[in-house]
Write a protein of this length. Structure first.
Length: 296
């Protein structure tokens, strides 16, 4: 497996395991050496006391504590020597600087951003990203501040995502095209992939990403709402008319097949008109009773 390269074409620093020892054992060793130093001083043996005192201090100075899902990044004189992921009381070179970094899952609730969608309509969008540090060395040394890096890159990814999709379906959008409102699963997967590509240099993994807020900007929200209402009304009317035509057709066919009444074209047209008015009207119709014949 090749080593990933950073943007400046140099191999990225990767995490390696640091050497460390059991801290509880080193406490016992350190206290024993300090006790030996005290006894030697009282017994008049400074040649034994001084080395024991120095070794005891070294043994205790190298202690540090790690919680579960936490790592310590060790550097010695500016050089990275490794990372320790063993939880509990640990001991390592006391001269090494130990910087702790969390490996737990974290939530990033991105702020609501105002951007333009694929059509150019202003929208408001936000997302929740679940992430964690995968490589402690990259997170510590590849970027200046990996938490700030994640926040900035998440906002950039959300802005770019919004420009790649339309907010909703429309006449200028191909049938079946993915939209921000209708294709939430596909949009979330695209956002996750883009975030992972951006977070890779910082040694961060994206566990999940979901759109948490999506709406038209306030200046066009009312206009778009009326547009959606008009589209819904048109769609409903078309369905009603389609059903009414089918019912009228069935009625005329039934009258003709059963020979209940014989109608000429003019009377058929009048009957069709009356039935369509009754079936398609959004108000109750008032019946008119004809006391004469069909033709008077």
């Amino acid at each position: 497996m090749s080593t990933p390269a950073s943007p400046n074409n140099k191999p990225a620093l990767q995490e390696k395991r640091a050497w460390s020892a059991d801290g509880y054992l080193m406490i016992v060793v350190g206290l024993a050496l300090l006790g030996l130093a005290v006894v030697s001083l009282r017994g008049g043996a400074p040649l034994v006391a001084i080395p024991a005192l120095i070794l005891g201090i070294i043994a205790l100075a190298g202690l540090y504590m790690l919680h579960p899902n936490q790592a310590a990044v060790l550097t010695l004189f500016g050089a990275y020597t490794g990372s320790d992921r063993n939880a509990g009381l640990r001991w390592a070179n006391p001269l090494a600087i130990k910087k702790k970094i969390s490996l737990r899952d974290r939530n990033l609730n991105a702020p609501v951003l105002k951007v333009n969608d694929q059509r150019g309509n202003p929208i408001e969008i936000s997302a929740v990203v679940v992430w964690r540090v995968r490589d402690s060395a990259q997170a510590m040394f590849q970027v200046d501040d990996y938490e700030a890096y994640v926040r900035v890159q998440a906002e950039a990814a959300i802005r770019h995502l919004a420009t790649c999709y339309a907010y909703d379906e429309g006449e200028d959008i191909d049938a079946g095209a993915i939209t921000l409102r209708g294709g939430q699963e596909a949009v979330a997967e695209a956002l996750k992939q883009e975030l992972q590509a951006r977070f890779g240099d910082a040694g961060v993994d994206v566990l999940d990403a979901k759109i948490s807020h999506l709406a038209y900007a306030p200046e066009i929200a009312q206009v778009m709402l009326r547009r959606q209402q008009a589209e819904a009304i048109i769609s409903a009317r078309a369905k009603i008319v389609q059903g009414a035509v089918s019912m009228v057709e069935a009625a005329l066919k039934g009258l003709s097949e059963r020979e209940i009444v014989t109608l000429d074209d003019e009377r058929k047209a009048a009957m069709v008109s009356n039935l369509l008015v009754v079936l398609c009207s959004d108000r109750e119709t008032q019946p008119v009773v004809n006391t004469g014949t069909l033709y008077t």
